[in-house]
Ligand binder design. Structure first.
Ligand code: UGB
Length: 332
């Protein structure tokens, strides 16, 4: 059975991905440093669930600590590595850029070095829709240029794609970089809109709505995302491109969008939260925030060509699922 190392296993996406891998019979080593960017208790709660599974173990190490990370990797001997540990968040990268250098640049460099030395069969890593930056030609396709990031977060993620390409070329490690589109759902991140809005509405506090609500996102339900990731582990980049492929001509390397391919207006998303909670939000309309992009929309044609699958859960189903989890998890 496949041995999969998942970095960021106590994070939102890492938790869902590791859970699905375990359900499918894989043996999983999670690597996480339980950083306090947001409440570590949420990470511990996710990790407790994973730890109930006999085929899961966690190494509490930081990926920017090469010695400790390298030891955990060497001991586990993974076939496949899914690298999800990162400093996320678009707006936080304006105030704390240095944490993005450590986690995203140095951390990913360590992943690449270890994959090189251990001859990993397939390395998959998280990038973001934010790399499309100032592009306005939607839906975004993987073959578009991504040279105009609008936040330092996006710049570091774009840099990891380039670093990955060079290692895939030099050392022939097959690599897939995912570009995630605003992922949401149960166990979500407290710094993201859905969590912040739900918490604010329940507390009767005003919620900050950026760009006066004139925002559009391709919201991707987390379970659809985890399904896409698990299926992509089998789509090892080789020599033969599929239609519309981003496969590099000189390396076993591709980028793949993971998005629902559906645009939702921010105000409609908020409407779904209000409906699920049965309570109206007090709305504090604000200007556009530095680093934000006004709109995203994924083409998921490549994902579908590679896996036969694409995300399809709409916010009208995904938002109530989050709210149900939130009310249960924080019911005291
Ligand atoms: O796919 C990505 O590239 C990114 O997705 C996510 O970023 P975003 O699309 O900004 O998600 P999210 O916070 O849910 O905000 C949704 C909307 O609500 C607006 N928003 C947000 C917060 C708030 O207080 N008010 C508000 O109006 C906000 O302006 C936006 O219009 C990940 O965090 C990031 O790691 C990255 O991967």
């Amino acid at each position: 059975m496949t041995r999969v190392l998942v970095t960021g296993s106590a994070g939102f996406i890492g938790f869902h991905t590791a859970s699905k891998l375990l359900q499918r019979g894989a043996t999983v080593l999670g690597v996480d440093n339980f950083t306090a960017y947001y409440d570590p208790a949420l990470k511990e709660a996710r990790n407790d669930i994973l730890s109930n599974h006999p085929n899961f173990k966690v190494a509490r190490v930081s990926i920017d600590d090469m010695a400790a990370f390298g030891e955990a990797w060497a001991e586990f001997q993974p076939d496949v590595v899914i690298h999800l540990a990162a400093q996320a968040g678009v707006r936080h990268s304006i105030d704390s850029p240095e944490s993005y250098v450590a986690a995203n640049l140095i951390g990913t460099f360590n992943v690449l070095e270890l994959a090189r030395h251990h001859k990993t069969k397939h390395l998959l890593a998280a990038s973001t829709s934010s790399v499309y930056g100032a592009n306005t030609d939607m839906p975004f396709t993987e073959t578009q240029r991504t040279a105009t990031p609008l936040s330092f977060y996006a710049a570091t993620k774009g840099a990891t794609e380039l670093m990955g390409h060079s290692y895939a070329h030099l050392f022939k490690t097959p690599m897939t970089f995912f570009r995630f589109f605003t992922v949401y759902g149960p166990w979500g991140r407290p710094d993201m809109a859905l969590f912040k809005f739900t918490k604010g509405i329940l507390a009767g506090e005003p919620i900050d709505i950026y760009n006066n609500g004139q925002m559009v996102r391709d919201f991707t339900y987390v379970d659809d995302l985890a399904e896409s990731i698990v299926r992509l582990t089998e789509a090892v980049p080789g020599d033969t491109p599929v239609e519309g492929d981003s496969l590099s001509p000189v390396a076993p390397f591709r980028t793949v969008n993971i998005g629902a391919g559906q645009q939702t207006q921010l105000m409609d998303y908020i409407g779904e939260i209000e409906r699920a909670l049965g309570k109206e939000a007090i709305k504090n309309f604000m200007p556009m925030q530095q680093g934000d992009v006004p709109a995203t929309e994924a083409s998921h044609a490549l994902l579908k060509a590679l896996t036969g699958y694409a995300p399809s859960t709409p916010p009208s189903a995904g938002v109530p699922a989050f709210v149900e989890w939130y009310l249960e998890h924080y019911r005291n």
